[in-house]
Design a protein around this ligand. Sequence first.
Ligand SMILES: Nc1ncnc2c1ncn2[C@@H]1O[C@H](COP(=O)(O)OP(=O)(O)O)[C@@H](O)[C@H]1O
Ligand SMILES: O=P(O)(O)OC[C@H](O)CO
Length: 491
Amino acid sequence: MPDYIIAVDQGTSSSRAILYNRQLQPIASHNEELALSYPHSGWVEQDPEAIWQSVLNCIQQLMRQNEIKATQVAALALTNQRETTLLWDKATGKALYPAIVWQDRRTADQCVELKQSHEAILRQKTGLLADPYFSATKLQWMLDQQADIRRRAGAGELCFGTIDCFLLWRLTAGKVHATEASNASRTLLFNIHQQQWDPELLSLFNIPAALLPQVCDSAAELGITMPDLFGHPIPILSILGDQQAALLGQACIEPGMLKSTYGTGCFAVVNTGKQVLNSQHQLLSTVAWRIKGECTYALEGSIFMAGATVQWLRDKLGIIRQASDTETLAKKVSYQQSELLIPAFTGLGAPHWQPKAQAALFGLTRNSGREEICAAALRSVAYQTQDLLQAMRKDGIELSDIRVDGGMTTNQWFLQALADLTQTKVLSSKQPDATAFGTAFLAAYQLGWYPQLSAINTLRQKPTQFTPELSPHQQAICYQNWCQTINKLLA
Ligand SMILES: Nc1ncnc2c1ncn2[C@@H]1O[C@H](COP(=O)(O)OP(=O)(O)O)[C@@H](O)[C@H]1O
Ligand SMILES: O=P(O)(O)OC[C@H](O)CO
């Protein structure tokens, strides 16, 4: 009897595959880092073949290293970086362009116009707003680059997809062109109330409907892998956008429960149940998951630079050798530090939505060194989280704690700073891969191993707790300085 599930988490910084047993304990994993390229100012791209190859290698290596045969695998469960846009040729399966990554700002000018003319309708239909972050203007940009391309798109010769859709296509050797509702809800083309591609929005962005994938439930028989890939076909039974998968993986299955994931970016997401909450404070409404045709919705605050700021310290400034060095260095720096980093390297996301903002480091003195810059970088992620929590509270969400996960949460110093600067209890998942766990659980649910979503409560390990140690008065001084500095930058 097949007793395993393999979850694939295709993130911005890396791809990984994790092997779970029937009790949904992680048995083994295989990880591969992925490169990003920045060919022009504001552009962020990835190689579609490198993405595909990394996913394939991760699954194959995981199976090989653990002597697992495909016949022992009950399901493949996918989760992925969202919004990243691909366009490929139906006949050859080859992408026409590099993947335009969610952080890419090339369509910022277009979004300024869109904001003035169509923000209200975009918000009402999609829960999102006019920003280059989402897929629609990225796809529009691709379609505007070649003379014949819209005709080919209209004739059904090309496919658009987010990462999940591209992987599903490749895993099934072109048999399935489909996505699922949580990923579709990030495109700016999907009506989250009616659960369908919106004809008015397709016409606004001049996007031929023939390009679009079918939108499925998040748990379903989504496809079967080609036998030659893993030696035997494996059913693909769940797909979720990575932030929605983490919401499920952190057992936030009731309205009002919040998680915040610190990977490349940071995404604070709160379950709003059957209700689409219309934020008055620049947060997004999105599909959390769709099961048996029924949608659960969520409210989201998106920060573009979290772990990516740490990568910048490593790869561009060269002041650390590895991400964990930030912890050792930051420990030496008190809250009295004058240095403040506004990490608007790819514009600012929620709640500012300023795609053209540029990063800046304030308050430098002769005493400022790599310790201070590391502390400022880590604290910038905590301050931005406080911006999101404030917006959520103003929208009427009551928050008593934050369930956190993602690569950055191995940094204990950061987690204490997060509790201090948000004055909120932080519960750090002992399962650092809450994202993969979320989609693996959904596949197990689809298999009938766990017939109720509430079973996730019993599978989740007790988290580690961080409580605020900074006084509310000191926090208020620090946060006021952050707000004033951001306002200065945006003025
Ligand atoms: N100890 C650490 N301190 C700070 N940041 C870290 C640490 N370990 C990993 N990171 C950051 O976490 C990110 C990777 O997390 P991950 O959840 O794998 O991201 P993604 O899903 O976006 O690929 C990287 O950007 C890295 O810089
Ligand atoms: O790569 P991550 O894990 O930071 O997630 C990227 C998000 O899905 C972008 O919306």
